[in-house]
Design a protein around this ligand. Structure first.
Ligand code: FNR
Length: 385
C-alpha cells in the first residue's frame, strides 16, 4: 500500500473516531461500545418482543406538522412552570436506575447537568447515589421516584429523607407490580455489580441484589416490591407526605380519572420506556386520551421515545405540559459523563427551539393541536378526496 493511501486511511478513521455528535440518538452506539454487555443490555432493552419499544419511536414519526409561516420568531420563549417551579424548557429527566453502572459519577453528574440547564431531574428509588448525596451536589429542582416496598416503614423513612433533602415532588411508579420480562437481562443473569449499592436502601439491608437464575432485578422486585399496591395506597401516600404526587405509568382515560379522584397532582403518561407490558401503545398515541380525560384539572406529562425537539413539540401539541427523557441520559453518561448529559439537554433544547421557530410558535402557549396532524386525521382527509 502506498504511504499516501495509508495516510488517507489514518485521517479518515481518525476523523470517524472524533465524529461530532449532532443528535441525542448517536450516544447509544458509543455507549454500546464502552459498556459491558450486561449493562448496555439492561439500559437498552424493552420487554419481550420489544414491540412497544419500537412503537414508542415510530408513533412519533407518523405525526406530521402543519407549520404556520410569516410570524415574527426572532424571540422564542421556552420557559414553563411545573408544579409551580419555573424551568427553562419543558424537557426534564426521567428516573433511571443505577446510573453509576454507566459512569463513576452516575446520578451526581445527571443532577449537575440538570441544574446547569435549569430543569428538573427525577431520582430513581434504585439510584446508586442516595437522596442526600444528590442533594449535596448543589441547588436544583428535583423529584423523587418512588417504588412502594412491602415494608411500609421503609417507604415512610425514604419519603421523609427525600423531603428533608429538598425534593419537590414524588413520582409514584404504578406500572411495576412485577418486573416486565426483559429477556436480555434473563440471559445475562443481570445483577447490580458488587462494587455498587442501591444507596437509598444501604442501611436498611436492601441495597444489594443477589445473583439469581434469571434476572437478579426481577427477583429483587418479586421479593421486595408490593404487588398489592392499589388506589388506596395513593391516599396512604398522601397521608405520610405533603409533597405533590405525580402518578407515573398512566395510559388510559379510566386511570386518569381515578388518579385525579385519588388526589394526584399530575400524571405522567408512561409505559416505562417499553420495559413492562409489551404491546402497550406508544405513549404519544395514548397521550391525547389522557389529556382529554384530565380536562385541564392536573398537568399531564409524557415520557417514552423522545429523542428529537420535534418529538417534544408533538407531545406539547397533543396537550402535554412537558416531557421526560430516560435512555438518552444513561447513554450520554456512559459516553461523556456530565458533559454528555449537558449536551443531550442542550441538543434537545436547540432542536425544540428550531421546531418552534419553523412552526411559527414564539412561546409554549402558542403551540396548538392545529400545528400537527395525526395518522387517523391524514387517512380521514385522504378518504374525503
Ligand atoms: C427506567 N425507568 C424507570 N422508571 C421508574 O419509575 N423507576 C426506575 O428506576 C426506572 N429505571 C429505568 C432504568 C432504565 C435503564 C430505563 C431505560 C428506564 C423508566 C423511565 O423512567 C422512563 O419511563 C423511560 O425511560 C422513558 O423512555 P425513554 O426516554 O427511555 O425512551
Amino acid at each position: 500500500m502506498s504511504s499516501l493511501r495509508v495516510l488517507f486511511l489514518v485521517i479518515v478513521s481518525g476523523s470517524a473516531a472524533n465524529m461530532e455528535i449532532t443528535n441525542v440518538s448517536e450516544y447509544e452506539a458509543i455507549a454500546k461500545q464502552k459498556l459491558p454487555k450486561m449493562v448496555y443490555d439492561y439500559y437498552a432493552s424493552g420487554a419481550e418482543d420489544q414491540w412497544t419499544l419500537k412503537e414508542n419511536r415510530e408513533a412519533f414519526s407518523r405525526i406530521l406538522f402543519r407549520p404556520r409561516i410569516l410570524i415574527d420568531v426572532s424571540k422564542i420563549d421556552m420557559t414553563t412552570t411545573v408544579l409551580g417551579f419555573k424551568i427553562s424548557m419543558p424537557i426534564m429527566i426521567a428516573p433511571t436506575a443505577m446510573q453509576k453502572m454507566a459512569h463513576p459519577e452516575g446520578e451526581y453528574a445527571t443532577a449537575r447537568a440538570a441544574s446547569a440547564a435549569n430543569t428538573i431531574m427525577t431520582l430513581s428509588s434504585w439510584a446508586t447515589s442516595s437522596v442526600e448525596e444528590v442533594a449535596s451536589t448543589g441547588p436544583g429542582i428535583r423529584f423523587f421516584q418512588l417504588y412502594v416496598y412491602k415494608d411500609r416503614n421503609v417507604v415512610e423513612q425514604l419519603v421523609r429523607r427525600a423531603e428533608r433533602a429538598g425534593f419537590k415532588a414524588i413520582a409514584l411508579t404504578v406500572d411495576t407490580p412485577r418486573l416486565g420480562r426483559r429477556e436480555a437481562d434473563i440471559k445475562n443473569r443481570f445483577t447490580l455489580p458488587p462494587f455498587l449499592t442501591l444507596k437509598n436502601f444501604e442501611g436498611l439491608d436492601l441495597g444489594k441484589m443477589d445473583k439469581a437464575d434469571d434476572s437478579g432485578l426481577a427477583s429483587y422486585v418479586a421479593g421486595q416490591i408490593d404487588r398489592s399496591l392499589s388506589w388506596r395506597d395513593v391516599k396512604w401516600l398522601q397521608s405520610i407526605t405533603t409533597l405533590p404526587i405525580l402518578v407515573k405509568g398512566v395510559i388510559t382515560a379510566e386511570d386518569t380519572r381515578l388518579s385525579i379522584q385519588n388526589g394526584a397532582a399530575g400524571i405522567i403518561v408512561s409505559n416505562h420506556g417499553a420495559r413492562q407490558l409489551d404491546y402497550a401503545p406508544a405513549t404519544i398515541t395514548a397521550l391525547e386520551e389522557v389529556v382529554k380525560a384530565a380536562q385541564g384539572r392536573v398537568p399531564v406529562f409524557l415520557d417514552g421515545g423522545v429523542r428529537r425537539g420535534t418529538d417534544v413539540f408533538k407531545a406539547l401539541a397533543l396537550g402535554a405540559s412537558g416531557i421526560f427523557i430516560g435512555r438518552p441520559v444513561v447513554f450520554a453518561l456512559a459516553s461523556e459523563g456530565e458533559a454528555g448529559v449537558r449536551k443531550v439537554l442542550q441538543m434537545l433544547r436547540d432542536e425544540f427551539e428550531l421546531t418552534m421557530a419553523l412552526s411559527g410558535c414564539t412561546s409554549l402557549s402558542k403551540i396548538t393541536r392545529n400545528h400537527i396532524v395525526t395518522p387517523s386525521e391524514l387517512n380521514h382527509s385522504i378518504s374525503r378526496l
